[in-house]
Design a protein around this ligand. Sequence first.
Ligand code: SAM
Ligand code: DTB
Ligand code: SF4
Length: 321
Amino acid sequence: MSSQSTRHDWTVAEIRAIHNLPLLELVHRAQSVHREFHPKNQVQLCTLLSVKTGACPENCSYCPQSSHYNTHVEPEKMIPVAEVLDAARRAKEAGATRFCMGAAWREVKDGPKFDQVLDMVRGVKSLGLEACTTLGMLTADQARRLREAGLDTYNHNIDTSREHYKKIITTRAFEERLETLKNVREAGIDVCCGGIIGMGETIDDRCRMLRELVTQTPHPESVPINALVPVEGTPLADQPRIDSIELVRMIATARILMPHAKVRLSAGRQDLNREAQMLCLMAGANSIFYGEQLLTTPNPDTSFDQKLLADAGLEPLPPAC
Ligand code: SAM
Ligand code: DTB
Ligand code: SF4
């Protein structure tokens, strides 16, 4: 395909022009790109597990796991490796092909806990699942060790535009996110990087966030687009839920800008009806979180998702490993 497919120099104005196209034109373009670069009618099913929940020292305003806020989340010790692997086995039996493990850490610290995470990765791989982790900041050496253990993908979101970031998190800098992403990339691990909409940002902030993603070389292999799940006790608890069409626009624009990426319809599906979810799939989303829980908040039942896929004639994407 033309060099358009891997452009890294999109301007914010160009991105906004795509984002603001008449909706049906936008979705048509996104679906055309999708069909050119991805198998038709396939959706990747990824199951999440929080292996270390709560008491995170960061103050991300959206996050129920931050120790700065009083939310429904009770801090928990790290889950033993055997239990994590039981959950991975169950996820595989239910139809997931990727298992993603999250920890509420600011950064990974070398030592027994990180060693356990490496064992989890090895175990998940031995089950024939793709393995993904999201553990906070990583050094180059930690990224290398995760890769050696067999990790396929690392999730580390930029979350929003550089400008809006300061209003959402003050305990770390946007640049620190980019540093970890560099370490992940250099270790040969696929990058999963996206963000959240519905945190009081402008459309230009959303376009600037997408610009940050397309500037990365290569583009992230996976781009999660989360709709904020407003959680009681967090500073963003009273944010109005985003209109589903805004999510469709964001997904379609990400699909057009990053044709090779898996665009993930992520948090927020609980508040979307079937038709809105199908429109997101039509607009180029080809991955969802599958399983009744995200990390600490609910996700649709597996029976809901199985029916959604069956009614749309979609099949799970086989694992790449
Ligand atoms: N601590 C690690 C980190 O921040 O990278 C990993 C876990 S963190 C919960 C992973 C991602 O979940 C965040 O970057 C954010 O994009 C998303 N997230 C967290 N809370 C959310 C919420 N209430 N609504 C939508 N997305 C959320
Ligand atoms: C991502 O972008 N979304 C997922 C995954 N990466 C780790 C997490 C969503 C979390 C939603 C809030 C919760 O369940 O705690
Ligand atoms: Fe901690 Fe990650 Fe939640 Fe931020 S998003 S508070 S770093 S768990």
